[in-house]
Write a protein that binds this ligand. Sequence first.
Ligand code: NAG
Ligand code: NAG
Ligand code: NAG
Ligand code: NAG
Ligand code: NAG
Ligand code: NAG
Length: 669
Amino acid sequence: MQPRAPSSPWLPLLSLLFLLSSQTHTALGAVTTYGLVPAAHQTTAIPDGSAPQATLAAYDGTVLTPPAPPQPALGPDLRLPEQPRDAGAVQGLSIPHRGGAGFYGFSVEMSVITQTIGKNSTHIFPAFLNLMANIIERSGSVLVRLGGNTQEYAKFHDGLFEDGRITQKEDSGSLQTTETPAVLYTIDLFRMMANISDLIPVKWFLGLPFNDTSTFHLDIAEHGQEILGDNLVALQAGNEPDLYGPHQKRVTPYLPENYNQELESLFTTVDANERISVKNKFVAPSVSHSNPDWALDNIWSTGFIDRFASRLYALTVERYLDNNCFVNFGTGTERIPQDVFPNYLTHQTHVELLSDYLGTSALAQQANLPFIMFETNTASCGGFAGVSQSFGAAMWILDYGMQMAYSNFSNALLHVGGQNVFYNPWISPPTNQSAFNEWTVGSVFYSAMIMAEAFGKQESRIVDLQVGSPLTPAYAIYEGNTLSKFALFNYVDDRSGANDLLVALTVTGGVPASVKVKYFLAESVASKRDMTWAGQTFGNNFEADGRLKGDLNVTTINCDVTNNVCGIPLRAPSFALVFMDGSSSDSQSLELLGQATATFATTARTKGHNTATVPPEVLATSNGHAGKERQNLGSTSRGSVSGAERSAVVGFVAIVVSAVVGAWAVVRS
Ligand SMILES: *[C@@H]1O[C@H](CO)[C@@H](O)[C@H](O)[C@H]1NC(C)=O
Ligand SMILES: *[C@@H]1O[C@H](CO)[C@@H](O)[C@H](O)[C@H]1NC(C)=O
Ligand SMILES: *[C@@H]1O[C@H](CO)[C@@H](O)[C@H](O)[C@H]1NC(C)=O
Ligand SMILES: *[C@@H]1O[C@H](CO)[C@@H](O)[C@H](O)[C@H]1NC(C)=O
Ligand SMILES: *[C@@H]1O[C@H](CO)[C@@H](O)[C@H](O)[C@H]1NC(C)=O
Ligand SMILES: *[C@@H]1O[C@H](CO)[C@@H](O)[C@H](O)[C@H]1NC(C)=O
């Protein structure tokens, strides 16, 4: 079902421009997502680079001490076993991962949509679009879930809010662990989502409130299906039901069979509702794995899969390695970030955590259902200061993604919790902050983007090579039936060079004459700044507009064909993605890809400039400042725009529309 005609308002313009303008053929374009802002701007006295609001968790500056390097040092040589070129000869390969749908998507807490995605349907944040474009150009599309704990108390508001926002908070009374006030949302939320999907292929999940299953509140399902059509992938029925009992949301004992009965009653209600036309795209059970009564086997032994398979789009679980609930809510045991840091610098924690799910991933395959890690990140209840935004955590989340893919999860969604959590993949500046403080891209966003690049747009399979130490995991990735890439990690932090490795790759039938390598780098595993992927960066806190900046740096390594070996330098710490197969066009285009060709900004200035900084005014609007405040915003520092540059209205219109052509082409191709 496709209730709207995407991009149709643009079509006449598109045809016109194709005829009239050679500009339409430029690869780069900027799309205006909302109108021009007032030209007035003044200098600001606040020096560039300062970071007010550092007390909010999202912008936290804590830098931990990296663990000591291993003694004796690893390496200097790490020889991987000979790897078959043909997938048929490989033991333990994962399921084929769907081409065109990136492995990592995102899960955005309902209450923070207006901090991370957009204010409303005519006010979508360019930084969000730019970030998604960077995933999409690598993987074809991206999954975004709107939900989380706040979905349970999400309430439809039939009307609009005065300030133009699509959500508002309402106090729902007693606050418990990770329980947040009710979120009121308007019809414009769905229009915003539809507008986003018209621009770039973002596919959505929405969460149904499950706080009151005697009277289901199904507005989200009705409006979601009507307005989003096929861009709505599925609806989540219940979030972490294993915690309903412990959090006193249900009379105890509340066990899997009680939940099954509520699901039955949901489906009865859905069947009777004519406005919900798609009745078989739900995800469940989305358990958090913190209640032994709800061990996965206990759920499956109720006959869950047979009973509900015809209603389900996928089986879902949610799991974080650890939690920081003690600090935030006084529950559980206290965790000291410095002490838990080493858990995020080893492959071992993934292997242990995911061993709980291998039985379920096999059941999901038998039932022909995708198996999705519906919500995850470094640690629940906000993450850990110093850990969650570190370079080490980014390597760990990347390794986690690869290990989940190897363990036959179909996808995983990285949670975005807002300004009060440490682990956001991206976040806007605080609303009251000066405009030059731009967006913040968290280290784990790189993990999602690199994962998208590793898997590309074709069907891919992955195998954990299970070599070396837990500090140096390595994977091989097959595209179709052919060896395509190696993914190499070195978690060791050692600036002396003693733990730098030379990884020797050998391929059955011989290595190519050369391979291309992209590195993910930062000074230390504890670093929270100056991260680069193949030489490019989103910038440090308050510096990002969602586009990669700097020149792409892809390293060519010549191989020793005679001895069938490629030696890949792997410094401590770093990650390397090695492109083996020059014959696949998908792989070749990924090798050369840095910043995505589709870019979004609010002014003409960005046209054609990969490295442009979005002018401060953009943030003023993107962050929801009132018009009167905007006049005080602006800067003479980087990215400032002269009045002359923006006064050429005719030129501006032409450029913006040509940019829309670029985006349109991306959407269609
Ligand atoms: C987005 O949605 C609104 C409906 O509120 C519509 O008027 C507008 O044209 C849409 N498109 C863009 C690009 O804002
Ligand atoms: C469930 O949440 C909705 C939306 O916040 C609220 O209107 C309703 O009263 C809640 N029901 C219960 C039983 O808590
Ligand atoms: C979105 O917010 C802007 C800025 O507050 C406002 O001008 C506009 O009317 C709002 N759009 C909608 C569709 O509510
Ligand atoms: C993943 O699924 C494939 C195909 O069924 C199977 O061969 C493999 O053993 C599974 N991997 C794991 C880690 O369970
Ligand atoms: C800005 O917002 C933060 C967090 O809400 C608050 O602590 C601070 O006082 C505000 N500052 C100003 C100048 O309003
Ligand atoms: C490109 O990356 C390689 C490997 O990290 C590095 O040695 C080289 O100096 C980089 N080149 C540039 C121009 O930054």
